[in-house]
Each structure stands twice: as C-alpha cells, then as structure tokens.
Design a protein around this ligand. Structure first.
Ligand code: GLP
Length: 247
C-alpha cells in the first residue's frame, strides 16, 4: 500500500452478505451513539442489502431514526419522483417506508426542479444549515465515480449538475428498458461536499470493482479517478469484498 493510502482503513469481507451486515451494524452503532445523526446515503445495487439489514434491525431491536436526518448523494435530472427509476423511490422502497425516519428529515435533490442551479444551491445550503454530514455512505463506479462525480470533476465542486459518462449510463441501463431512457444528466453532491463529511464508509463489492479498488489503494490522487480524493480524508473506512486483488 502506498504512503498516501494510509488513512483508508480497509475491512475485507468474505462476501456481499457479510459486507452488508457489517455496514448495517456500523451505521446502527453510530445512530445509537448519536440519535440525531446526519447520514449521507447512497443508492445503486451495493448498499441495498445494508438497507435490508437496517430494516431487519429496526423491526427486531427498534433502533429509532426519528431524529436522524438523511441526505442523498444524487438524483437523475428529468426523472419524476414518482418514477420507479428515481432515487427518491429507491430510498422509499429500500428503507424509508419501513423505518420511523420523518419525511421532513429526508433530503434528496429534485431532478425535475425548474431551476436546477437553484436546486443545487438550496441542497448545499440545507445540508450546511444542519451542520453537514456526520456519516456518509458511498458506493463507487467502475470508473471511480462517487455520487455522480465523473472523472474530470473538480475536487472543489459542491452540489452541481453533471453530464453522465456513457459508461455510467450503460452500467445503469440495467434498471431502464433501454439505454435511450437512461438520463443524460444528474444532480450530485460535489467532491468538496462529500469531503466535508466527518466520516465516510465506502462499500466496494464485486469483481467488476476490483480495478477501482486497486486504483483507490495504489493509484495517484487525481481528478481522473474521483474516489482517489478520499485518501486525503482523515476518517474513511472501506468495506470490500470480491476484488481478489492484494493491496
Ligand atoms: C451510481 C450511483 C453511485 C453508486 C455507483 C455504483 O450510478 N450514482 O452513488 O455508488 O453508481 O453503483 P452500484 O452499487 O450499482 O455498482
């Protein structure tokens, strides 16, 4: 492991199930320690089972989210909140419908806002007003994107509108009926917004993420690989499974 990668604490897990369980336990522990925690949440396939374990815990142990605030990383532009493809629906389906989080404490950018620039500013402000994210959950794209911060995004970007990389649109086309239907743009928290989080839990699962994991640990810190900025953060834990590479 290179010197610059030192701060990244890596926990390698046996499989996806173990990773999900560990991630859920991590979040639950933090919520117990601070019942009015501000969580930063991610979508995609990777955190799905973590949410399922959080839901199980909610039913079994009654961990309460009543005072927890939740801010999502990103949302597609032009996709209505009613659509099954919106991240708004994803959060409802996978987590919010089951737990006692208050609706007014759940934040997600509105991808159908008339003025997207204003929406981004407002989102950034809402987050700042609540003191920023305490614990940010992240997944990673094969090209190293975090949130929807594609390669080339400035490390100083705050919440903004992005043009999605074609590889990202292709990767996400599995949720849409055709590639044409996948939005071309999204709103995402910027890398600076993400870096302001007090703590970060990054989930990396699957062989298709092996290269991204290796680059994260051993590569340069460069905007060509957005996740590499995490090596400058003092409190990141990486939960990894399936990469089958030594780092
Ligand atoms: C997406 C999301 C990211 C997510 C990443 C990986 O497009 N915007 O927040 O972490 O891609 O997704 P998955 O977990 O499905 O591989």
């Amino acid at each position: 492991m290179k010197e610059e990668g030192k701060q990244l604490k890596v926990i390698r897990c046996e499989n996806y199930d173990t990773l999900s369980k560990k991630a859920a336990q991590y979040v639950i522990e933090k919520v117990k320690q601070n019942p009015s925690l501000t969580l930063g949440l991610a979508t995609g396939a990777t955190p799905k089972k973590m949410y399922a374990y959080m839901v199980d815990d909610y039913f079994e142990n009654k961990t309460s989210y009543e005072q927890v605030k939740c801010f999502n990383l990103d949302e597609y532009v032009g996709v209505s909140r009613k659509s099954k493809n919106s991240y708004y629906q994803y959060m409802k389906e996978n987590l919010y419908q089951y737990i006692d989080v208050q609706e007014q404490h759940t934040f997600i950018p509105n991808g159908t806002a008339e003025n997207l620039e204003k929406e981004c500013e407002m989102y950034e402000q809402q987050l700042a007003d609540l003191g920023g994210v305490d614990l940010q959950i992240l997944g990673i794209g094969e090209n190293g994107h975090i949130g929807f911060n594609e390669p080339g995004t400035s490390f100083h970007a705050v919440t903004h509108v992005v043009k999605l990389a074609e590889s990202t649109r292709k990767a996400n086309s599995r949720y849409f009926s055709s590639l044409e239907e996948v939005p071309t743009h999204a709103i995402t928290m910027g890398l600076e917004t993400i870096m302001k989080s007090k703590e970060i839990l990054l989930l990396i699962s699957g062989e298709n993420k092996a290269e991204a994991f290796r680059k994260l640990m051993d590569g340069e810190i460069t905007t060509d690989f957005p996740a590499s900025i995490l090596r400058n953060h003092p409190n990141v834990t990486v939960l990894e499974e399936g990469a089958k590479v030594e780092v």
